[in-house]
Ligand binder design. Structure first.
Ligand SMILES: C[S@@+](CC[C@H](N)C(=O)[O-])C[C@H]1O[C@@H](n2cnc3c(N)ncnc32)[C@H](O)[C@@H]1O
Length: 308
């Protein structure tokens, strides 16, 4: 069996750096997986929100954290009504340039062109001075990279702005292979590799241990503690024959991560990877990768910190 024809996985993503190629490859699966009801809930909340300084008809400010090349606004902007000002935040200047180029033509659900602003900013900077005036703070495929302290700081900043949040596609660790009859496969090697992968996701990405697959729980608990009403949905990728390129790239990325996590076991990792890849290429396998979407809105009378 030949090795994947996709570029080396570490060129696609490594810790907090991601290539546009990887983000573009995953975008159709991301958009298919996302929960439309939660996007509708965000739309309803935004259209009904009026404050003394912000009447109903004024433009809404939407902040996309870790925007990459703009997949999240491409999903969300056409599903939201009314005038929208998008503030796209990332620490990668090249991805921000792509995001601007590819999001500029977007229009709202009622046909209004969106306004766009890009900020080359770290997420730590975003908590401090990136959220001013935000009505909705949103992000996709981001939170496994962050620490628990990051989430606390984000939740504090959101509560201070009294804004809602919509966080899509946070990995929850529910990864399964299925054969062509739909029967789950869970060999000892699958169990071993997937546990090692989860441990790899929790490695320190620079600011402390990352949350990895614990991110959905941290998000839920942090916003609940601050008096938010939470809605969640499971939003898995289901990758089969129609999404081979993505599945192949994903498995290549897992192999790279497992080599890092299990430096003494390269040949076992390579054997497992080759077996799973071969069955995938023969269309005998699908892989399900679990995610969660979360929409949370501040409860009007809840004091910050009060139980919801
Ligand atoms: C997995 S990508 C997701 C991109 C995009 N949201 C999407 O769904 O395609 C994570 C993004 O977060 C950005 N990022 C990661 N850590 C960051 C940090 N500490 N500060 C700012 N941006 C960060 C990366 O540059 C990357 O664009």
């Amino acid at each position: 069996m030949s090795m994947p024809s996709t570029p080396a996985a570490d060129a696609l993503f490594s810790d907090a750096l991601f290539s546009d190629q990887w983000l573009t490859l995953r975008e159709p699966a991301d958009h298919l997986a996302r929960d439309a009801q939660l996007a509708h809930a965000a739309d309803r909340w935004l259209t009904q929100r009026a404050t003394p300084t912000r009447p109903l008809e004024t433009q809404r400010t939407l902040v996309d954290l870790g925007c990459g090349s703009g997949s999240n606004p491409r999903y969300l902007a056409p599903r939201l009504h009314g005038a929208q000002h998008w503030r796209l935040i990332d620490h990668d200047a090249e991805l921000l340039t792509q995001a601007r180029l590819r999001c500029e033509p977007l229009v709202s659900a009622d046909g209004q062109p969106i306004h766009l602003e890009t900020r080359n900013l770290s997420l730590a900077g975003a908590w401090k001075h990136g959220l001013q005036g935000a009505d909705l703070v949103t992000a996709s495929a981001l939170f496994d990279l962050l620490t628990a302290a990051d989430i606390e700081a984000l939740a504090d900043a959101c509560r201070a702005n009294d804004c809602a949040v919509l966080f899509a596609l946070s990995v929850d660790g529910q990864i399964r292979f299925h054969d062509s009859s739909g029967t789950p496969l869970y060999s000892d090697d699958d169990r071993f590799m997937l546990a090692a992968l989860a441990a790899h996701q929790q490695r320190n990405k620079g600011g402390g241990p990352a949350m990895g697959t614990q991110a959905p729980r941290h998000l839920r608990e942090s916003f609940h503690r601050r008096g938010y009403h939470i809605r969640e949905a499971t939003t898995p990728w289901r990758l089969g024959p129609e999404s081979l390129a993505l599945a192949e790239a994903l498995l290549a990325g897992w192999r790279t991560a497992l080599h890092e996590q299990l430096p003494q076991q390269h040949s076992r990792v390579d054997r497992w990877h080759a077996q799973r890849l071969e069955r995938l290429m023969r269309e005998q396998l699908t892989v399900t990768v679990g995610h969660r979407d979360l929409f949370a809105a501040p409860i009007a009378d809840a004091a910050p910190g009060a139980p919801a």
